[in-house]
Design a protein. Structure first.
Length: 182
C-alpha cells in the first residue's frame, strides 16, 4: 500500500516538484474505472498527462491542500493551472521552456480531477466543460511560486457549478456523488 503524503497549507513550487503523485494517479484510476467506465487506463509519464485511455483521451490529476470548496466559491470560480492549458486549447503549438513546440494533445479529450480534504473528496471536470474558459485567465500572487506559475484558468462558479461533479469517499473507500454547489 502506498503511503499518504499529507500537507497542511499550500505547496510551494519546490515542494510541488518533489511531490510524488503516484497515490493520486492510483485513486483517480480507480475512480475513473468504477464511476466513468474507463477500462483501459494507463499511467502517463512524469511530466505530461497523468492517465491515458485510448489514443486521444486522458485525465490529469491534482492534489490540493487548501480549503477548496470555500476558496472557489468565495473567489467566484474554480481554477486550474494555466500551465496545463495545452490540454484544452486545440492549438498545434504550445509554449515550452525553449520556445514553441508541438502540442501532442491538441485533439485530445482531457478531463481533470482535483483531490482535496486529504484525498477524501474530489472534483471531476470534463474536458468539454473546461474548453470554453481556457482564455479566462486570472493571476494569483501565490508565495513560493515562479511568476509564470501564478496564472490560472478560471471556470466561473455560477456558470460551472452544475457541470463540475463533487464526490466524497466514505469510510469504506466508496466514492459517492454529492450536490454541494449552491
Amino acid at each position: 500500500m502506498l503511503a499518504y503524503q499529507n500537507k497542511n497549507g499550500s505547496f510551494t513550487q519546490s515542494e510541488s516538484k518533489k511531490y510524488s503523485d503516484i497515490l493520486d494517479r492510483e485513486l483517480a484510476r480507480e475512480f475513473l474505472y468504477k464511476h466513468k467506465n474507463y477500462t483501459q487506463i494507463k499511467f502517463g509519464n512524469d511530466v505530461q498527462i497523468d492517465l491515458m485511455f485510448g489514443n486521444s483521451e486522458g485525465c490529469d490529476v491534482e492534489f490540493l491542500t487548501f480549503d477548496v470548496l470555500n476558496s472557489f466559491k468565495n473567489e467566484g470560480g474554480f481554477r486550474l493551472p494555466n500551465r496545463k492549458k495545452h490540454y484544452w486549447n486545440e492549438s498545434p503549438l504550445r509554449d515550452g521552456k525553449k520556445g514553441k513546440w508541438n502540442n501532442e494533445y491538441k485533439d485530445w479529450k482531457v478531463d481533470y480531477i482535483q483531490f482535496f480534504d486529504n484525498r477524501m473528496s474530489l472534483l471531476y471536470t470534463k474536458s468539454e466543460s473546461i474548453k470554453p474558459y481556457i482564455n479566462n485567465i486570472i493571476y494569483r500572487d501565490v508565495n513560493g511560486w515562479e511568476e509564470k506559475n501564478k496564472y490560472f484558468i478560471k471556470l466561473p462558479y455560477d456558470e460551472c457549478k452544475d457541470l463540475i461533479e463533487l464526490y466524497r469517499r466514505d469510510e469504506f473507500g466508496k466514492w459517492n456523488k454529492e450536490n454541494f454547489l449552491t
